[in-house]
Design a protein around this ligand. Structure first.
Ligand code: UDP
Ligand code: MG
Length: 140
């Protein structure tokens, strides 16, 4: 089974759509292996998005990601990475398909409510930043 990391970003927590997003996760047949509400430190946000450290939006991205609590959720599904990316939609909510989480609840290309890993390898790596192996509990 494949794994991916979902983060409900600070705007999602502020706008009280945690429940709607978790409900969608269940409707889409993901198994929630682990879930916690945490606040990222600046160092954690910088590390998580280090691939974007040279991009002009990096500073704003780190400020946004540390602006309030987030919910990190480790997901399992036959096709976890691609299925979750399909459910959340394009990075820019304006370009996202109807019915996707970013289209429904996102504001703009920076405040786009949710994260999804972009590969199986990154999914494993990102999950390991927030969960120990014993915190990840399969359904059966
Ligand atoms: N982002 C931004 N401005 C941009 C592109 C991205 O603020 O022009 C933010 C946005 O929150 C996005 C995150 O940086 O989700 C990571 O960007 P990436 O290109 O990896 O998009 P994602 O994988 O999240 O769809
Ligand atoms: Mg990405």
């Amino acid at each position: 089974m494949e794994r991916t990391l979902c983060i409900i970003k600070p705007d999602g927590v502020r706008n009280k759509v945690i429940g709607k997003i978790v409900s969608r996760i269940e409707d889409e047949q993901f198994t929630i292996l682990g879930m916690k509400r945490i606040r990222l430190t600046e160092a954690m946000a910088q590390d998580f998005y280090s691939i974007h450290s040279e991009r002009p939006f990096f500073g704003e991205l780190v400020d946004y990601m540390t602006s309030g609590p987030v919910v990190v959720i480790a997901l399992e599904h036959e096709s976890a990475v691609n299925h979750w990316r399909t459910v959340i939609g394009a990075t820019n909510p304006q370009d996202a398909d109807e019915g996707t989480i970013r289209k429904l609840y996102g504001k703009d290309i920076s405040e786009n409510v949710v994260h999804g890993s972009d590969s199986v390898e990154n999914g494993r790596l990102e999950i390991s930043k927030f969960f120990t192996e014993t915190e990840l509990i399969a359904q059966r």
